[in-house]
Design a protein around this ligand. Structure first.
Ligand SMILES: COc1ccc2c(ccc[n+]2C(=O)c2ccc(S(N)(=O)=O)cc2)c1
Ligand SMILES: [Zn+2]
Length: 262
């Protein structure tokens, strides 16, 4: 899996923004202003081929919980859309708020969603490891899916039921046979795309962002279970709820947001 090889203890608490940022002209997240985005008729449909057998574990890494996939072969892949190469799924995770009024990292015309899903892929045509790809400007592709409160999401429930087992930072639990395509909206042909960065340290400017226009619906109770997770490890005497794990919005600078739809 891609991020478990990183020693996360190096991560400073991500909410105090680091002073210097690598480059700094293509940082994420951003507000997606609909009127500023440009329709690009050459954008292709997204093609995701995910094999649930590559799903391995859930891990609370102290900033979110990650569902990690075996990315040693091209079994769970993404191509098409704005991408020239084939990308390999390595993990997905979420960002959410302490209540349903905020929590997403990206916004659409300043509209905040209560949560946002990120499916993280790396360019396996050009690089042989996630660690290499994360340093290159065409190294990563992250699909962002907004989540809004509504009907219970049956596919998400299997994940929600496993969360109490990873309540504390650094806890891991086996989690298998999960097909993340159940978390995509039914319409994946309408998306925005722009050149950005990781939204947590090391904030490297390696990400082609693909943000779905259509949100998925999850229930209030399912989001409440996300908020029962903790930033802190079992040993720490003061336990802190894992909420508001989103980065502040960054300036667009001279980037263009393209849309796959008119
Ligand atoms: C030392 O180098 C790294 C590199 C990447 C690290 C990381 C620590 C946590 C997450 N990551 C990630 O892989 C990561 C971080 C943020 C995102 S995000 N929220 O999708 O932009 C995706 C993936 C450390
Ligand atoms: Zn994320």
């Amino acid at each position: 899996a891609c991020s478990s090889r990183f020693v996360l203890s190096q991560m400073h608490p991500m909410w105090q923004e680091p002073l210097e940022v690598p480059g700094g002209d293509r940082q994420s997240p951003i507000d997606i202003s609909i009127r500023k985005s440009v329709f690009d008729p050459n954008l292709k449909p997204l093609v995701t081929r995910y094999d649930p057998r590559t799903c391995q574990q859930i891990w609370n890494n102290g900033y979110s919980f990650l569902v990690e996939y075996d990315d040693r072969t091209d079994k769970s892949t993404l191509h098409g859309g704005p991408l020239e190469d084939q990308f390999r799924l390595c993990q997905f995770h979420f960002h959410w708020g302490e209540n349903n009024n905020w929590g997403s990292e990206h916004t659409v015309d300043r509209h905040l969603y209560p949560a946002e899903l990120h499916l993280v892929h790396w360019n396996s045509d050009k690089y042989s490891l996630f660690e290499e790809a994360v340093m290159e400007d065409n190294g990563l592709a992250v699909i962002g899916v907004f989540m809004k409160v509504g009907r219970r999401h049956e596919g998400l429930q299997k994940l929600v039921d496993a969360l109490p087992a990873v309540r504390h930072k650094d806890s891991v639990v086996e989690f298998t046979k999960f097909d993340p395509s159940c978390l995509l909206p039914q319409n994946t042909n309408e998306y925005w795309t722009y050149a950005g960065s990781l939204t947590t340290p090391p904030l490297t400017e390696a990400v082609t962002w693909i943000i779905m226009k259509q949100p998925i619906e999850v229930s209030h109770d399912q989001l409440a279970v996300f908020r029962s997770l903790l930033f802190t490890s079992a040993e720490e005497e003061v336990q802190k709820s894992m909420v508001n794990n989103f980065r502040v919005q960054q300036s667009l600078k001279d980037r263009t947001i393209r849309s796959s739809f008119n």
